[in-house]
Design a protein around this ligand. Structure first.
Ligand code: IMP
Length: 429
């Protein structure tokens, strides 16, 4: 396996955790490289369902070391809650979990600012998860951040805390009319967190560089999806990090050339949570049917997801900009019973021009009209399929069409939620 990155090729919620779980069998190290508690990764392991936000899905494998790298913003409360929950359920969490000392810490003002900004925006709200992600990354790049390692120098931490509280109170109180933050309770709370997370904190950069040199199998687990990437996504309706493959070197410290394989995970339709352009959204019966059949409700927030049709323009963009070597296409079973299945092959701009590339601005993307190819649907139950020959011809034709449109081979297709409901395509092992 060497170094493999599994990322979401759409707007998140593609079911990456299951792919990571399958690959984690042979991984020495599983790494989260960006995002934070906004992610919701559901893994079903030995009949039990685990919902993880920060800890890599590989934690369920006793042989794997799990790393929360510096590209991740760490919410200590969420992290410790996950550790407790896992331990209660008999999962070992100890030396197998390493939190980077360079990772930034989500502080109470990040969450409050996130929520206040959303409230102030009213109907123009971004639809964030309210986990303080954007404000924490904003502090990181404006030199205000507090990193995990800073928690272990009490004086330095207190100085950073004071400076932040002074600044953030102006915003929270004067601009947003909220309650002021108080120094002492926050200092005490974070000193307590520091003690509790200490056994896990380490130099993740050196650990990963040594692992690369030693030729270990490293699995990088992406959160969110390429179309939510702060640079490549539908800005400003994005998340605060590089959720594309670029996030791996910047978020972990491994050199860019050390990434051997990129796997993109995509649904055979599209979903999105929160605000922002979604050219193939179906707000009618079709979208509702996809939502019901696909159980499209958020893991982190429980919000109903917006649903629509497979967008090959967006997928081509994800494939090309991330060097995706293979696509794992999920939820084929959800399409059963649709008389026809739409695939968007191009966009049409308001002046009638045909576009087969992703526009840069959200306003442009909002205005395009999808050009669809309608393919015949299938009535057969595909949940028992395990090899391509088990799939109906119409499903195979749909997969071949999607593959040709997005410009990358499909290595696996999922036909149901459990581990074994996978059809390996193109001779993939
Ligand atoms: P934030 O990451 O909480 O700041 O939210 C920014 C945008 O990303 C919002 O539209 C969220 O709904 C979306 N988002 C964040 N995390 C996820 C995720 O794990 N899945 C899907 N959408 C997400």
């Amino acid at each position: 396996m060497a170094t493999t990155c599994v990322l979401g090729a759409q707007w998140g919620d593609e079911g990456k955790a299951r792919v990571v779980d399958l690959l984690a069998d042979t991984a020495d190290i599983v790494v989260r490289y960006q995002g934070g508690g906004n992610a919701g990764h559901t893994v079903v392991f030995e009949g039990q369902t685990y919902r993880l936000h920060l800890i890599p899905s590989g934690i369920l494998r006793p042989h794997a070391t799990c790393v929360v790298a510096h590209g991740v913003v760490v919410d200590c409360g969420t992290l410790l809650g996950e550790v407790d929950e896992l331990r209660k359920r008999g999962v070992e969490v100890g030396a197998n979990l390493v939190i980077s000392d360079r990772a930034h810490v989500v502080m109470p003002w990040h969450k409050r600012l996130d929520v206040k900004r959303e409230e102030m925006a009213g109907s123009r709200a971004h639809g964030t998860t309210g986990r303080g992600i954007g404000p924490c990354y904003a502090d990181k790049v404006s030199y205000r951040g507090i990193r995990v390692g800073d928690l272990y120098d009490e004086e330095w931490f207190a100085e950073r805390l004071r400076m932040n509280i002074e600044e953030k109170n102006r915003l929270l109180v004067d601009a947003y009319g909220g309650e002021p933050l108080e120094f002492e309770p926050i200092r005490d709370e974070y000193m307590r967190y520091a003690e509790l997370i200490k056994p896990f904190v380490g130099d993740a950069v050196t650990l990963l560089l040594d692992a690369v040199d030693a030729g270990k199998n490293i699995l990088f687990e992406g959160a969110q999806g390429v179309l939510l990437d702060v640079d490549l996504g539908s800005y400003p309706y994005v998340t605060g990090s590089n959720s594309c493959a670029l996030g791996v070197p910047s978020g972990t410290g491994v050199p860019p050339r050390s990434l051997d394989r990129v796997i993109g995970v995509a649904k055979v339709y599209m979903t999105r949570v929160g605000t922002g352009p979604f050219p193939t959204e179906d707000e009618g019966e079709g979208g509702q049917r996809l939502r019901d059949a696909g159980h499209e409700y958020g893991t982190t927030t429980g919000r109903p997801r917006r649903c629509g049709w497979f967008d090959a323009v967006a997928m081509r963009y994800s494939v090309r900009s991330n060097g995706i070597d293979e696509v794992v296409l999920v939820k084929l079973d959800v399409l059963r019973g649709f008389p026809t299945i739409k695939v968007c092959t191009a966009y049409e701009s308001p002046d009638g021009q045909r576009l087969d590339r992703m526009p840069a601005t959200a306003s442009e993307l909002n205005r395009v009209v999808p050009v669809y190819e309608e393919l015949p649907g299938f009535e057969e139950d595909v949940t028992g399929a395990r090899v391509p020959a088990d799939l109906p011809q119409n499903a195979l034709d749909l997969l071949a069409f999607i593959e040709q449109q997005m410009g990358a081979p499909i290595s696996q297709v999922s036909v149901g939620p459990s581990r074994e409901q996978i059809v390996r395509m193109n001779g993939a092992s």
